[in-house]
Design a protein around this ligand. Structure first.
Ligand code: 3EB
Length: 355
C-alpha cells in the first residue's frame, strides 16, 4: 500500500489518500478504520459492504488491475472521528477539521413525471444532492467545501433539448445560489464525469472547518467565467485548491483536460490532449507555488486519476504519461465519458508539497 501524508499544521489533522486493493479492505483492523473518513470505490460498492465508514462508488470502471478504491483518512495514533452519520441522503463522517460525505440518487426513484425527453429528474437529483450536502455542512459547521466529485449517467446525452451535463450545471448553480453561497472565486475544486446508463447521480466531497485557498490556471479561463456557448449556466469549480498549514498543505487539482482559454484543443488526437493536460497541470502547480506561501508542489508528489473516454486509447495515454511522470507514478485509470464530446481524456490529482 502506498501512502502520501498530507501533513498540515502540527496540531491539525493530517489527511492521507490511499489507493487500497478492494479485496484487502476486509482484513484491515478496527484500529485502522478508526481513522478513516470515507471510501470511494470505482466499479461499485460490492466489495465495500459492511464497512464502518461512509462508502460510495463513482461507477467509472477501472481499466487496469488490481481493483483499487480511494480511501481518505486521518493520520495519527489516535485520530478522533465522529461516528458514521446520515442526514437526508448524505452519509458522512468527520474529525475536528475535515468532513467526508457522499450522496447517491437514482433518477428513476424520484418519480418525476417523464415526458419523452425530459431533464426534470436529473435537475431534481442534482438539486437534492447539493441541498442535502449543504445541510450537512451547516449542521456540522464544516462549512467550506474543499473538493467535490460529481458522477452522472450519460453525461453527454441530450435531453430536453440540451446536453445532460449542461442541465447538471444549471441545477448545481441553482443549488449554490439557493444556499447563499458564492458561485465564483471561493468555489471548490471539482470533477464531473459520466457514468454508465442506470448509475445513480453520485456526489462525494471533502469539506473543512477552515476554508481552502483557491488556485486558478493562467492558461485557462476560469470555468465559472466560461462563455454561454458552453451552457447557459457556467460550471462552478476552481481549477485547484490547497487546504491545511502553509508548508505542507494538501493540494487538490480539479479534473483537467486539453482546454486552453475556454476552447478544446487537439480534437481527435489523444496523445496531444494528454500532453496538453499535463502542461495545464504543470501550470497549476507553478501557479500554486507562486500564490501560496512556502510550497513546492511538483508532478512527482501527486497521485492521479485518469479518466479515459475510449478504452482502446489506454496504451497511448499510459505511454504519454510515463514519458512525463516516469514509471513509478501513482495513477489509476478509469473508463468515463468526459463532459465535452471532443475531450478524450481528463486527469485529476491530489497530493502534498514535497520535501
Ligand atoms: C473543463 O476544464 C473540463 O463541471 O465540475 C473539469 C472539472 C470539468 C470539473 C465540473 C468539469 C468540472 O471544463 C470539465
Amino acid at each position: 500500500m502506498t501512502t502520501t501524508a498530507y501533513s498540515t499544521e502540527a496540531a491539525a489533522a493530517s489527511l492521507i489518500l490511499d489507493y487500497v486493493p478492494a479485496d484487502q479492505l476486509a482484513a484491515l483492523p478496527p484500529s485502522w478504520w478508526q481513522g478513516v473518513l470515507g471510501v470511494a470505490g470505482f466499479d461499485g460498492t460490492r466489495a465495500l459492504n459492511h464497512l464502518p465508514v461512509p462508502v460510495t462508488a463513482s461507477m467509472t470502471p477501472q481499466l487496469d488491475a488490481p481493483a483499487l478504491c480511494e480511501v481518505w483518512r486521518i493520520a495519527g495514533p489516535r485520530p478522533r472521528l465522529s461516528s458514521t452519520s446520515r442526514l437526508g441522503r448524505v452519509n458522512y463522517r468527520y474529525c475536528e477539521d475535515l468532513l467526508f460525505g457522499a450522496a447517491s440518487i437514482q433518477e428513476r426513484d424520484l418519480h418525476v413525471h417523464r415526458t419523452e425527453d425530459s431533464s426534470a429528474a436529473l435537475l431534481l437529483a442534482t438539486e437534492i444532492a447539493y441541498r442535502e450536502i449543504f445541510a450537512v455542512l451547516s449542521s456540522s459547521e464544516h462549512r467550506h467545501l474543499i473538493r467535490i466529485w460529481n458522477y452522472l449517467p450519460q453525461i453527454n446525452a441530450s435531453s430536453g433539448g440540451d446536453e445532460r451535463y449542461r442541465h447538471f450545471n444549471s441545477a448545481r448553480q441553482t443549488a449554490f445560489r439557493n444556499s447563499g453561497r458564492a458561485t465564483m472565486g471561493t468555489v471548490p475544486a471539482a470533477s464531473a464525469l459520466g457514468s454508465p446508463e442506470g448509475s445513480p447521480v453520485t456526489v462525494y466531497f471533502l469539506a473543512g472547518r477552515r476554508p481552502p485557498r483557491m488556485v486558478e490556471n493562467p492558461r485557462q479561463t476560469s470555468a465559472y467565467h466560461y462563455p454561454p456557448k458552453f451552457g447557459r449556466h457556467s460550471p462552478i469549480f476552481s481549477r485547484a485548491c490547497a487546504w491545511g498549514g502553509a508548508e505542507s498543505a494538501a493540494l487538490f487539482i480539479s479534473g483537467t483536460a486539453s482546454i486552453v482559454g475556454h476552447e478544446t484543443i487537439h480534437p481527435g488526437n489523444v496523445v496531444a490532449q494528454t500532453r496538453e493536460t499535463l502542461v495545464n497541470i504543470g501550470a497549476l502547480l507553478d501557479e500554486a507555488n507562486r500564490v501560496l506561501d512556502n510550497t513546492s508542489y511538483s508532478l512527482g508528489n501527486l497521485k492521479f486519476k485518469v479518466y479515459v473516454r475510449r478504452p482502446a486509447d489506454l496504451p497511448l495515454i499510459k505511454a504519454t504519461l510515463s514519458e512525463v511522470l516516469g514509471r513509478g507514478a501513482s495513477i489509476v485509470y478509469l473508463r468515463a465519458d468526459v463532459c465535452r464530446e471532443d475531450l478524450l481524456v481528463e486527469i485529476e490529482a491530489a497530493g502534498a508539497a514535497g520535501p
